[in-house]
Design a protein around this ligand. Structure first.
Ligand code: PFF
Length: 450
């Protein structure tokens, strides 16, 4: 069965693809600014602990279910079930997963379109096209729609090519490119005046702020989003892994790359903000907090690049190029979820499925753009704050409570015959059974309480 479906050709290809899914827009601006306003290095420490104690075990649950079934989430959860009720719940969860993945893609493509527009705008600046440059950075329906459609087109084109020729090939090209661009930008920004101040804010630990319960729950939520959990993306990527792979090891590599890139991005974004301050750009809100999220990316950083002349335009091109790549390796993993389902469950041709489903998602993006004020924030909240933790919860329950322990062990033994003697097997099975679901429920409860 596995060979008739796609399969990753190498461990490197898989790690690049799964890390590509995990490393996204969230890592490059979400993590650094959260760290800066919440205790610097102390936040980093809390984040590291949470990523390895919650996100990694939950990631393993998805990878193992996927690799065992060699199928999409709907089929896979159905197969693990022992009776009709479990089967129904499993299949419903899988179905919800692909709906949520599609909805996440519908807003992600809009934001990624902005990244591309800002990148092109800097090109236009270099070649003297100031009018086009300013149109590309102004919020308007036509610009937004065009950006979204071009980005969705790229995503669809890669997914239409399949696992090895599409996902693996492009992730293996784009991820090293992302790393090189990021390192080059960090190296350059650290040479500029003001950068040292940003480093201090990033690296000096303030445990008082980082250990507040509220913040810990928030960091849990972002660790979960950051590893692309709770939509079936990691499950479907796991399903394309061959049986010789040592799952705890590849899962650990993916987690390490995701965290590594987030930490590295901190060395770019924070120093860049203080260089901006040094150059006269405002980086604090009226309440005295550091400016974050969209204002940081689309106002503060372009403001900084604007004070740096030609060098600024070039840095801007690289920065928004970096963001576009990060978004693309994540968006392909989102589109793969519904496409794999359509191909496997309904016998749809992959190419047709990619174009039809991608096209439908682009329509949803258009709807969001036409009703931006009411829909954009709503879709983000419903998908990332509520749906992801809940679906992730069900994945953990299936692995921890429904799947027989000896079958689980058999699956893990495939790539690591001595797994029983290692620490992973001593801790993980009960961790995913008790600790992960409890923590996820706590995050969810916190989200409900606002
Ligand atoms: N992990 C991505 C990020 O940090 O930006 C977001 C993401 C990708 C969420 C893929 C969900 C998903 F299926």
């Amino acid at each position: 069965m596995a060979s008739a479906r796609g399969e990753f050709g190498s461990r490197f290809g898989f790690v690049m693809a799964a890390a590509g899914s995990a490393v996204g827009l969230g890592n490059i601006w979400g993590f650094p600014t959260q760290a800066a306003s919440n205790g610097g290095a102390a936040f980093l420490l809390v984040y590291l602990v949470l990523a390895f104690t919650l996100a990694y075990p939950a990631l393993m649950a998805e990878l193992i279910i996927g690799r065992h079934a060699h199928a999409n989430a709907v089929t896979a959860l159905g197969e693990l079930s022992n009776n009709r009720l479990q089967r129904r719940i499993g299949r419903t969860t899988g179905t919800l997963g692909f709906i949520v993945a599609s909805l996440i893609l519908s807003f992600y493509a809009i934001v990624a379109g902005w990244m591309m527009a800002f990148c092109l705008s800097s090109f236009a600046t270099v070649f003297g096209g100031d009018e086009i440059a300013s149109w590309l950075t102004s919020f308007g329906f036509v610009r937004n729609e065009l950006g979204t459609l071009v980005f969705m087109g790229l995503t669809i084109a890669i997914i239409a090519k399949g696992v090895q020729d599409g996902i693996e090939k492009w992730s293996a090209r784009l991820m090293p490119m992302l790393l090189i661009t990021l390192v080059a930008l960090v190296a350059y920004v650290l040479t500029l005046d003001g950068a040292g101040e940003g480093l201090k804010v990033y690296l000096l630990p303030d445990f008082h702020r980082a250990l507040s319960p509220d913040l810990i729950l928030n960091a849990l939520g972002s660790a979960f989003f950051s590893l692309s959990l709770g939509v079936g993306t990691m499950l479907i990527y796991g399903s394309y892994l061959d049986d010789t792979q040592n799952l705890p090891l590849v899962g650990g590599l993916v987690t390490a790359v995701d965290i590594g890139i987030a930490v590295l991005a901190g060395f770019l974004v924070l120093p860049a903000m203080y260089v901006a301050l040094h150059n006269g750009v405002e980086i604090y809100t009226a309440a005295g907090e550091l400016i974050s999220e969209d204002t940081l990316i689309f106002t503060v950083l372009p403001g900084l690049f604007g004070t740096m002349g030609l060098a600024g335009a070039l840095v801007s091109i690289f920065f928004f190029f970096l963001m576009t790549i990060a978004a693309l390796t994540s968006s392909i993993s989102m589109l793969e979820v519904p496409v794999a389902y359509a191909v496997e469950e309904h016998g749809v041709n992959r190419r047709t499925g990619a174009y039809a489903i991608g096209g439908a998602i682009a329509l949803v993006s258009t709807l969001i753009l036409l009703n931006f004020d009411s829909l954009f924030g709503l879709v983000i909240t419903v998908t990332t704050r509520y749906s992801q933790p809940l679906i992730g919860f069900v994945f953990c329950i299936y692995v921890g409570w429904i799947w027989h322990r000896d079958q689980l062990l058999q699956e893990l033994r495939k790539g690591n015959p001595a797994i029983e003697r290692g620490l992973f097997w001593k801790i993980w099975p009960w961790w995913v059974r008790i600790v992960c679901p409890t923590i996820i429920l706590a995050i969810f409860g916190q989200s409900l309480l606002g």
